[in-house]
Design a protein around this ligand. Structure first.
Ligand SMILES: CC(C)(COP(=O)(O)OP(=O)(O)OC[C@H]1O[C@@H](n2cnc3c(N)ncnc32)[C@H](O)[C@@H]1OP(=O)(O)O)[C@@H](O)C(=O)NCCC(=O)NCCS
Length: 207
């Protein structure tokens, strides 16, 4: 079977590790998802049923099957995000379209108990650099509800470009929500040695 460009892979920077999900993540995934319903539901696609059931350890089997299917087809790079060896979130490059577009959407979340440590900016920088190299992509978009200040900070800290305003763009938390479109292209970060290098430069300025 032909594997898609850049998948599977494990990426890391210090305590932040991105890797494909494994079957044995079921319990940890369920614990973190169930503990974060209030934190996550307002920003996620409208779920087809009750949160508690959709995020049970046994539901993980179906989640994993779907993530693996889209990864195998080259449509997504769905990473588990780990910090100090613990599963704390997810970062996916999804909706990958190749040919003349070579673009994908990034989506992410982190456990509220681990927020504010720069885990997701680091994870996003790692994933984008990989997508632009082994993944063969040229552009990554992030679409964010205007009121999601923490998520807008993530892309603004990485110096993504704000490019668009999409009225009633995605069905999130029960209805069609406006989104602000941000993007970065391979050319934007090539001269800096990649997005992770940019993030290190911007977050840890030399004095
Ligand atoms: C958006 C999100 C992924 C950011 O991840 P993170 O690893 O905490 O990112 P950072 O550490 O860079 O923090 C980003 C901003 O969150 C805010 N923040 C920090 N700690 C926080 C906390 N405990 N609670 C809420 N917001 C916090 C700060 O404004 C921070 O910006 P700053 O560095 O300028 O102070 C995370 O807030 C989250 O999972 N939110 C819910 C899901 C979501 O919104 N996903 C994105 C949909 S587009």
């Amino acid at each position: 079977m032909m594997l898609p460009p850049g998948w599977p892979v494990t990426l890391s920077d210090g305590p932040v590790v991105l890797r494909p999900y494994q079957r044995r993540d079921a319990r940890a995934w369920s614990e973190v998802r169930r503990a974060n319903e209030q934190w996550l539901a307002q920003w996620e696609p409208t779920p087809p049923g009750p949160w508690y059931e959709l995020n049970s350890p046994s539901s993980f089997r179906y989640v994993l099957r779907e993530l693996r299917r889209s990864a195998r087809l080259g449509e997504a790079m769905p990473f588990a995000v780990c910090y100090d060896g613990q599963l704390v979130g997810q970062l996916s490059i999804g909706n990958i379209v190749r040919r003349a577009f070579c673009s994908g959407f990034a989506g992410y979340w982190v456990d509220s108990r681990m927020a504010g440590r720069g885990i997701i900016p680091t994870a996003l920088a790692l994933a984008v650099d990989h997508a632009f190299s082994a993944g063969g992509l040229h552009r990554i978009e992030v679409n964010i509800r205007p009121e999601n200040a923490p998520s807008r900070r993530v892309v603004e800290k990485l110096a993504f470009r704000e490019e668009a305003y999409h009225p009633r763009y995605l069905h999130i938390d029960g209805t069609w929500r406006d989104h602000v479109g941000y993007a970065v292209t391979a050319e934007d970060v090539a001269s800096e040695g990649g997005l992770l290098a940019r993030w290190h430069r911007l977050s840890r300025p030399m004095v």
